[in-house]
Design a protein around this ligand. Structure first.
Ligand code: NAD
Length: 329
């Protein structure tokens, strides 16, 4: 049975990836600095360890053929764009990539998947909410809008350099806003779809929620199952990338809130407040993935939002019930 490694398996996408790889029949080693918050991934082996530590990294790569490197110090706009976590984000994520690639190459790992991000694209190409430019070839001259984006760009180059000099096989995807159940939905690292699902689930019909900025900023959001389909297709192809894995269904944040309200069967008012925002507009450009893999994500946003809202509404209801039980003691 082929042995594969998922780094960051205690996180959102990594947890889903372990499940998918098990369903495909792989032997899966999972590693993360923390356990999964919502559902233990069904890995054959789970190493609870810090991949900045060379000893943990060495242990993780032993006997592995394919590595999926998703571990990173990351979060949504409230984590990435305040500037408060810049040093940690750069140091922690770069250390993980330096370790995993170097020890992996020395241990004979054959293929490396690296999860980069749409955050590498130049901020100046994303000022018009209706017409952002995120084709893969627009990455340079580089001007990402966050240190998170700069670290991702550095690590893309690191993987490509190892491919050129050490002959390892590399696959790089630039994820665009992946969402779904079993992801962070509270606490400060959550991203827009999860944050809005939580706010709407917590608010009664006719109430009010806060939205950062004017809500006219645009994004596209990809449901996690389609993200994993792209990851697996990319790994099994002979295409290195970097390639976008994202949806082309661009919506404003106000529209996103409207879609979630429809799913929830509620109408809540939006109060726009200042907050960390990121670029004005961003959308995936799927021309390259279509050409190189003969496939691109195609499912409607609404479909994934329904599943995500249902899961988050359940989490909110459980939390409310727990608080009520504690208060009544
Ligand atoms: P996540 O935060 O849920 O998962 C990342 C995991 O890495 C976490 O479980 C975390 O504990 C782990 N980790 C952090 N530091 C570690 C360390 N020192 N040692 C071991 N594990 C460590 O994030 P996610 O949404 O699942 O994202 C997975 C990858 O995809 C990340 O590299 C992220 O940058 C990238 N990405 C995600 C999105 C998205 O929309 N979710 C978009 C672009 C890129």
């Amino acid at each position: 049975m082929k042995k594969v490694l998922v780094c960051g398996a205690g996180g959102f996408i990594g947890g889903h990836l372990v499940k998918r790889l098990k369903e495909e029949g792989f032997w899966v080693r999972a590693v993360d600095i923390k356990n999964h918050e919502y559902a233990a991934p069904p890995a054959d082996q789970f190493i609870l360890g810090d991949l900045r530590n060379p000893e943990v990294a060495k242990q993780a790569v032993e006997g592995i053929e394919d590595m999926y490197q998703l571990a990173a110090d990351m979060g949504g706009a409230g984590y990435i764009f305040t500037g408060d976590h810049d040093a940690a984000v750069m140091h922690n994520s770069a250390s993980i990539n330096l370790n995993m690639l170097d020890f992996g190459a020395k241990a004979g790992v054959k293929r490396f998947f690296y999860s980069s991000s749409a955050c590498i694209y130049p901020a100046h190409n994303q000022t018009d909410p209706d017409n952002p430019k995120c084709s893969e070839d627009s990455a340079y001259p580089a001007a990402p809008d966050s240190e998170y984006g700069w670290e991702k760009l550095f690590s893309e180059r690191l993987y490509l350099a190892y491919m050129r000099n050490l002959g390892v096989q590399v696959r790089i995807a630039r994820f665009h806003n992946i969402f779904g159940p079993l992801g962070t939905w509270q606490g400060g690292r959550e991203k827009a779809p999860a944050a809005l699902c939580r706010k709407i689930a917590e608010t009664p019909d006719g109430g009010e929620i806060e939205i950062w900025g004017d809500g006219i900023q645009t994004r596209s959001f990809l449901y996690v199952d389609e993200c994993l389909e792209g990851v697996r297709r990319l790994l099994e192809s002979d295409f290195t990338g970097p390639v976008n894995i994202g949806s082309e269904e661009m919506v404003s944040i106000n529209q996103l809130a409207g879609m979630i309200m429809e799913i929830a069967g509620k109408k809540v008012n939006l109060r726009h407040i200042p907050g960390p925002l990121g670029v004005r507009g961003r959308n995936s450009d799927n021309k390259m993935i279509r050409e190189r893999l003969g496939w691109a994500p195609s499912r409607p946003l609404l479909e994934g939002l329904e599943k995500t809202y249902t899961w988050i509404a359940e989490q909110v209801a459980e939390q409310v019930a727990e608080h009520a039980a504690v208060a009544s003691r």
